[in-house]
Design a binder for this molecule. Structure first.
Ligand SMILES: [Zn+2]
Length: 348
């Protein structure tokens, strides 16, 4: 291994993903904490033996840490709810997403693929949503399966358990490959997940070079609302007076939460402030602000990444060496796709 190509950022990510402090890693390796500090600062390169121990500990092949051409930290992460999450937990979740995104980079490079997205070009969020629908050849109607639409356009959904119920998703845009990390712990309704995916997609499209402030959250919500239901199509559906039954039917049709539909109707001016407040009070008093009727919505399941992994395993001689993962690490990360036992691995 050419020691010059050691990538300290990858060591830091691997450590953070496992929730290890520098001190804990030093103890595991029986070395000084200051050494770990220096490795991660890039002022000292670990010995071959130490690299081997680190690789074994975190489940990588030694070559993993010698990829110095990876845009590991590019791609901003915005959180809708970051306040109550501890820094350690947040770092671990972000590190896991970045490490999964590295696999995606390898796979996309192998296939010569990029996400099918468009530049912002000073468009307002709503205009951007309309432009993207047009670019993806989507008519003005409801989007039946948002996950499939995103994946058809090579937006990757990184679906894993966050171990943090306060966080439902965030986005990484690495080299114009958009990866949306989604918490699949089952705590979020299908309509909320769809809104989150659109909200995060908006950040990738609209906010790559902006300072994260409050306005971007509103912009991402505006994009999501328009992308899921274009104004010109939903306006005629949002006419009041409407019965609760009709509202439920609308939710089933557009696969958007009732709360979002009411909010949208208010935004579009089809209901007055007073009526908006009255409906929201009704929703609260019946517990619908916390748990809405499902209206037949079912969770969407991503398949793109698992399919690519399967294909990669089938067509690549030594797939694990290419991905630079140990067998247990691979199996743990991709157990949803069946793990190695059910797949044909070149090495076997
Ligand atoms: Zn956001």
């Amino acid at each position: 291994m050419d020691q010059n190509h050691f990538n300290p950022a990858l060591l830091k990510l691997a450590r953070e993903e496992r929730g290890f402090s520098q001190k804990k890693l030093a103890q595991e390796l029986c070395i000084q904490q200051s050494s770990v500090c220096k490795y991660e600062a890039g002022v000292l390169i670990p010995s071959d033996d130490t690299i081997r121990s680190i690789s074994k500990l975190f489940g990588y092949q030694s070559t993993f840490f010698f990829q110095d051409d990876l845009p590991v930290y590019s791609g901003l992460i915005f959180h809708r709810k970051r306040t109550s999450l501890s820094a350690k937990k947040r770092m671990s979740i972000e590190a896991e997403a970045r490490l999964r995104a590295i696999d995606v980079l390898h796979l996309f490079k192998w296939k010569g693929m990029k996400s099918n997205i468009i530049p912002r070009e000073n468009r307002k969020p709503e205009e951007m949503a309309q432009a993207l629908r047009e670019h993806w050849n989507v008519n003005d109607g409801p989007i039946e399966n948002l996950t499939k639409l995103l994946e058809d356009n090579k937006i990757v959904i990184l679906s894993f358990k966050f171990d943090a119920e306060e966080l439902d998703g965030f986005v990484l845009n690495v080299d114009n490959i958009v990866c949306i990390a989604m918490n699949n712990d089952g705590g979020f309704s299908p309509d909320r997940q769809r809104f989150t995916m659109c909200h995060e997609l908006a950040h990738a499209l609209l906010h790559q070079n902006v300072f994260p402030d409050k306005t971007i959250e509103g912009e991402a919500d505006r994009f999501a609302a328009e992308f899921l239901a274009p104004r010109k199509a939903i306006e005629s559906d949002l006419v009041w007076p409407m019965t609760f039954e009709q509202l439920k039917q609308l939710k089933g049709k557009w696969k958007i939460s009732m709360a979002s539909l009411i909010y949208r109707a208010h935004k579009l001016g089809t209901i007055s402030d007073a009526i908006y407040r009255r409906i929201m009070m009704y929703m609260s008093s019946h517990g619908f602000r916390k748990h809405e009727p499902e209206c037949g919505l079912v969770p969407e399941t991503p398949t793109l990444l698992n399919n690519m992994i399967q294909e990669f395993l089938a067509e690549t001689q030594d797939a694990l060496s290419e991905l630079k993962l140990s067998e247990w690490r691979f199996n743990e990360r991709y157990k949803q796709s069946g793990g190695l036992s059910e797949m044909s691995v070149g090495k076997a």
